[in-house]
Design a protein around this ligand. Sequence first.
Ligand code: PMV
Length: 336
Amino acid sequence: MRGAGSEDRSMKATAQAPANIAFIKYWGKSDEVLRLPLNDSFSMNLSGAYTTTTVEFSASFVKDEITLLNGAFSEKEIARVVKGLDRVRERAGSKLFARVVTKNTFPKGAGSAASASGFAALTVAGFSALGIRLSEKELTIFSRLGSGSACRSIPDGFVMWGKGNLNDTSYAYSLYPSTYWDLRDILVIVDRSMKKVSTTEGHKGVQSSPFWNNRSKAIPQRIDRILIALKEKNFREFGEVIEEECLDMHHVMQTQVPPLMYWNDATKRIMNAVIAWRKKGLSVYFTIDAGPNVHLICEGQDEGRVRDALKGVSGVEEIILNKPSKGAQIISTHLF
Ligand code: PMV
């Protein structure tokens, strides 16, 4: 690829993208390659869990080099990043190789959405390094092709991903900015290790669950309910919907073939503790993505009480405090 039709200079950009927590979850695809989801989903971007990625293209590079600063990528993960770079190069009409250096503030592959923040940051930094300006909608589409939930890490704050049925109609957009509601997501890490089954694999089994049909019928109503709760800032209703949705998705996961059991003992201890705390008047709800780590959702005013209550639960390895966050941002660009 070296030098083929490209300028003899280096172009570099750094982007930061948040992870997101799905309140209405994406589980199951109608198209594996395009990563079109079976249902709409809704999430909040997280201020404390994010990826920072630098992408540099240069005519002097003879291959792509991908580095994860706080951890390691498997061969499979590297191939997926290179595919993401290929999509950027194809759209930009470039044949340059790239150096990618990336870093997460949270454990990768333990169900805290590192692929979402990772592909959002890679997409934004990649296009920016090549000097290509895309609309937010296009950036969500390119991010989705890397990891479905990554499209929701591009727009600001509280984000909806409309499932669509074609590449161009499946994209994410902001419903409310990050400043809209002072919520907290106290992400409780109970296990930092990689999950054994990737979400890419897991999505494939969804329709083998006898409970999938019920779930697919319930989702539109749940979306209606959460949109009203959001509009009214009715936290109790909001919390009830997200907990119901979390349990429903995990019910499907646990009953698909082969079953996916993402929870461990600490996960269940925390879920039970949350239910007990609510009985004592503490307004907090849980949600969990594809892993054992638990997201505790409360309003800003209750953050201190939830953190204090957590001190009494065993098995907590780390806490990552999140407020609603803006979407992916370019931090710096260099041409030299
Ligand atoms: O984007 P993926 O393939 O990592 O799938 C994400 C799946 C969940 O985190 C379980 C739900 C979601 O909507 O983020």
